[in-house]
Ligand binder design. Sequence first.
Ligand code: ZN
Length: 244
Amino acid sequence: FSGADIENMVNEAALLAAKRNKEAVDQNCFDEAKDRVMMGPERRSLAISEEDKRVTAYHEAGHALLRHVIPENDPNYKSTIIPRGRALGVSMALPIQERRNFSKRYLLANIATALGGRVAEELIFGELTTGAQNDFEQATEMARKMVTQWGMSELGPLSFGKREEQIFLGKELAHHKDYSEKTAIEIDEAIRGIVMECYNKARHLLETYLDGLKKLADGLLERETLVAEEIEEILGPRPEISPI
Ligand code: ZN
């Protein structure tokens, strides 16, 4: 969050506390305010078919389950199928500490978890939906950085493509290609290789934990939102040894 985002969140939290006749601005108010600032208000009035609800529940359960069973991941914070902003559902992690440096294993775990939503839909319904667009963008972007900036692929410890970034806005202004067409193809292959490897791992894990996936999806359909403790209650303690 930027300073302005924080200010916005605190204002929202205060408004919510007043609206709910609370004597103090509590954690629930801040939690809701943070979600509003990040993703827009809840859209409970949105008409969603039972079928779409089920797909969303399995999609979010896929994310939450993989986050839970891959110990490199930050722990779950909550999963919900209440629509908010443009999303039909959300699953969130809560890092235990501020991260400044990311290991390859952490990144691979993140990519697999991002793909878990689509994999769960595919496993249960045998059908592909458009709901995973954002997940794919995230997964591909992470894999691209692993290959072109962080030297984490078979292309070796090289940096590809000089970037001019406007640090303040965090936006990429220009991308100078400083490699050959042949290398461009290798980069694309390496990115695809990472994403597909993570996809296959995600699929293998969800097949292994199919029972947990179903319980989690049922829990979401029943309660709409599951917080970290409820997810853990359904799935049991997190494994210590990484399945990846
Ligand atoms: Zn998703």
